[in-house]
Design a protein around this ligand. Structure first.
Ligand SMILES: Cc1cc2nc3c(=O)[nH]c(=O)nc-3n(C[C@H](O)[C@H](O)[C@H](O)COP(=O)(O)OP(=O)(O)OC[C@H]3O[C@@H](n4cnc5c(N)ncnc54)[C@H](O)[C@@H]3O)c2cc1C
Ligand code: FES
Length: 269
């Protein structure tokens, strides 16, 4: 499927490593994608096994343009990701990307950016942290919520002013406030001066983050997940409702207009 799509290419797997239970870090030798990517974008990974016809969309967790390496972090949740978890170093896979519209780093310059991540939404925010770290006068704080083990906090340490992680159970290694809980419990303790939020994670968490920020007048950019077909704007399988400035409500494609949207343009009810 989709052989004709411009940019569709075969790339080599450099590493596929389980970094936490059922969670894998997949490194691809993909110089063109690494050079063109920005944080918040994703790639399509095609399985080409004759059974799983639709590509699997996975966010870019890092793109090193110098080395030509793209890193993805994914969880095994079904048949497709189970197959990807079995891919070995050296295997050639077909990918398309970078896809979608990512975070607006320009808007973040000079602000105090709170990176609020939940679960598998955390790795793509580490990529955002690297970009934000290069901006002048920009403070970056990571606020990370895990179900159990804090499997990705270390990736933020060199690119942020502070990292706070919390776990719903008791596995987070660097809980700073309270005992267990979620990202909203952490946000309540954070300095909100000149703040804005980049967030990625499960839909209920994004809604809670938006409500918390909206009540305090803090702008948000939220990375949405939607069931996707093509991943590049053709099948109309992934729409979300947006409120335009005029007040009109329209549908936009998450894969093409997003996956990152401003929180206040989304229709939440
Ligand atoms: C923009 C975007 C970025 C994503 N980034 C990541 C990431 O960085 N790490 C990660 O672990 N997961 C990510 N996901 C979710 C990931 O795409 C799904 O977990 C994966 O497609 C499931 O495939 P499966 O065959 O294992 O599961 P199955 O449930 O067997 O999948 C069946 C079908 O549904 C689609 N599908 C299933 N779940 C999702 C989903 N949540 N979103 C979109 N399509 C889905 C699959 O493409 C497939 O066509 C992302 C999804 C989107 C839309
Ligand atoms: S997934 Fe096909 S239009 Fe978005």
């Amino acid at each position: 499927m989709a052989e004709w799509v411009s940019g569709n290419q075969s790339v080599r797997i450099i590493e596929n490593k389980e970094i936490a239970s059922g969670i894998y870090s997949l490194k691809l030798n993909a110089p063109e994608i690494a050079a063109a990517s920005s944080s918040g974008q994703f790639i399509n990974l095609y399985l080409e096994n004759g059974l799983n016809l639709l590509p699997r969309p996975i966010s870019i967790a890092d793109a090193d343009a110098g080395k030509g390496i793209v890193t993805l972090v994914f969880a095994v949740v079904g048949s497709g990701t189970e197959i990807i978890a079995g891919f070995k170093e050296g295997k050639i896979v077909r990918v398309l990307g970078p896809l979608g519209k990512g975070y607006d780093l320009e808007f973040a310059a000079g602000r105090s950016v709170l990176l609020v991540g939940g679960g598998l939404g955390i790795p793509p925010l580490a990529y955002a942290a690297r970009g934000l770290n290069a901006l002048p006068d920009t403070k970056v704080t990571a606020i990370l919520g895990y179900r159990d083990d804090a499997f990705y906090s270390n990736e933020f340490k060199d690119f942020t002013d502070a990292v706070y992680a919390i776990s719903e159970t008791d596995g987070a290694v660097d809980i700073k406030f309270g005992q267990t809980g979620n990202v909203i419990d952490l946000l309540d303790h954070i300095d909100k001066n000149n703040a804005m939020i980049f967030s990625c994670g499960p839909a209920p968490m994004l809604k809670a983050v938006y409500d918390w920020a909206d009540a305090r007048g803090i702008p948000t950019q939220l990375s949405l997940e939607a069931r996707m077909g093509c991943g590049y704007g053709v099948c109309v399988g992934c729409t979300v409702r947006i409120r335009e400035k005029s007040g009109a409500i329209i549908r936009r494609k998450v894969c093409a207009a997003g996956p990152v949207f401003k929180g206040d343009e989304l229709v939440w009810k």
